[in-house]
Design a protein around this ligand. Structure first.
Ligand code: SF4
Length: 67
């Protein structure tokens, strides 16, 4: 199981994560990220990886990533 480490307070509301990995990220009423789960299923690791790479605020990271 891969585990996310997030700095939600850094989010600037770009919404890329929720579009890229909707199983893991969603946006609140203000357009800021809400982490649906910090434990990411293997099937969502690639899309979560892409979201982490594209977040312009560097608010998302892995605490532990199983390959
Ligand atoms: S991609 Fe980054 S800045 Fe954009 S909503 Fe997600 S966490 Fe926030």
């Amino acid at each position: 199981m891969s585990v996310l480490s997030t700095n939600v307070s850094a989010c600037i509301g770009a919404g890329i994560c929720a579009n890229t990995a909707p199983e893991v990220f969603e946006l609140d009423a203000n357009g800021l990220v809400v982490i649906k789960t910090v434990e990411v299923e293997a099937a969502q690791v690639d899309s979560t990886d892409a979201a982490i790479a594209m977040c312009p605020a560097a608010a998302l990271a892995w605490a532990n990533k199983d390959a």
